[in-house]
Design a protein around this ligand. Structure first.
Ligand code: CA
Length: 316
């Protein structure tokens, strides 16, 4: 663990994170949402891209953000940051699944990509096709794998990455919040090491469908986070802006790696193994009622024993 320090990128940009959400050029509403949530378990950044059109796309994304905020505000500092974010996203999923039971909202859902940062721990999780990238002066790495029909085709070698972007079913999701009560989240846990301050970028598909990874990296490397957000939205809009565009740029206080720099520290809980959560509401009776019930049960037991003894005695 080491102290957070100000990071300056190559152009002298600031270390202050930034985010932006833009309606784009063609849509009538913005169904994307982003949020920054401070909690005892760390600071979370969330990007959601809602779907369902007039009937609930923006509602689904907003419900997700609100549920995640509500849950994260409840966590304590002893909670694992990755568990806290995961549980809050699972809670958001349940909220949307329930709301979809109303036929008017039967098709709504939302993607999610979220990151939670506490000291040198960084957890990234997602469902759907919103993405997280990590960028440094030498590379841009996509940390998330889209949960889409075309990504499955890419992985099977049926189509190329480039063909995937232009594919007519490019946006058919195989996972999202709201579709299934048993949400499958992809979770990656990383650690910050001393070294070059890398930059995390979260975005909806409205950005990467129109701006290449190399262009994203170039803009992020050469301007401040605030300017990068504005420039990336401008680029997507110049090329048609067919979809809503959301970007968050988060400078990190070090280099993101898979290895724990403090191995003596207890390993974190197995975050990749989802813990089934069964919530049972157990009613608590008032103390007086419980005492009366215990006395009653005692008398019933004692009375039964007495009757039994009398019966045995009468049969001797
Ligand atoms: Ca979108």
């Amino acid at each position: 663990m080491f102290e957070t320090r100000a990071q300056m990128n190559a152009s002298g940009g600031s270390s202050v994170p930034a985010a932006i959400s833009d309606i784009g050029c063609e849509r009538e509403i913005n169904e994307d949402r982003y949020a920054v949530i401070d909690s005892a378990a760390g600071r979370a950044w969330i990007v959601c891209d809602g779907m369902g059109g007039a009937l609930g796309g923006d509602l689904a994304a907003q419900l997700a953000i609100d549920a995640i905020r509500r849950e994260l505000e409840k966590v304590g500092s002893s909670d694992e940051s990755s568990d806290a974010l995961r549980h809050s996203i699972e809670s958001a999923n349940r909220v949307i699944v329930l709301r979809r039971q109303n036929p008017a909202f039967a098709n709504m859902g939302t993607t999610i990509v979220g990151v939670i940062v506490r000291e040198d721990e960084v957890s990234i999780m997602h469902a759907g096709d919103s993405r997280a990238y990590v960028i440094n002066q030498h590379k841009i790495e996509q940390l998330t794998t889209d949960h889409t029909y075309v990504q499955d085709l890419v992985e099977r070698g049926t189509i190329s990455h480039e063909e995937a972007l232009a594919h007519p079913q490019a946006h058919v999701l195989t996972r999202c919040l709201g579709a299934d009560p048993r949400l499958q989240l992809d979770i990656k846990c990383r650690w910050l090491w001393e070294g070059e301050g890398e930059i995390l970028l979260l975005c909806s598909d409205g950005l990467y469908s129109l701006v290449s990874d190399a262009e994203i990296a170039d803009v992020v490397r050469t301007t401040s986070p605030q300017e990068a957000c504005i420039r990336l939205v401008e680029l997507a809009r110049e090329r048609g802006g067919y979809d809503n565009i959301t970007v968050a740029v988060l400078p990190l206080a070090g280099e993101l790696r898979e290895e724990n720099p403090n191995p003596e520290r207890a390993p974190r809980a197995a975050v990749s193994a989802p813990r089934p959560r069964v919530e049972i509401d157990v009613p608590q009776l008032p103390l007086g009622v419980r005492i009366v019930a215990m006395v009653f049960l005692f008398l019933v037991g004692a009375g039964g024993t007495l009757v039994y003894l009398l019966w045995r005695l009468s049969n001797l």
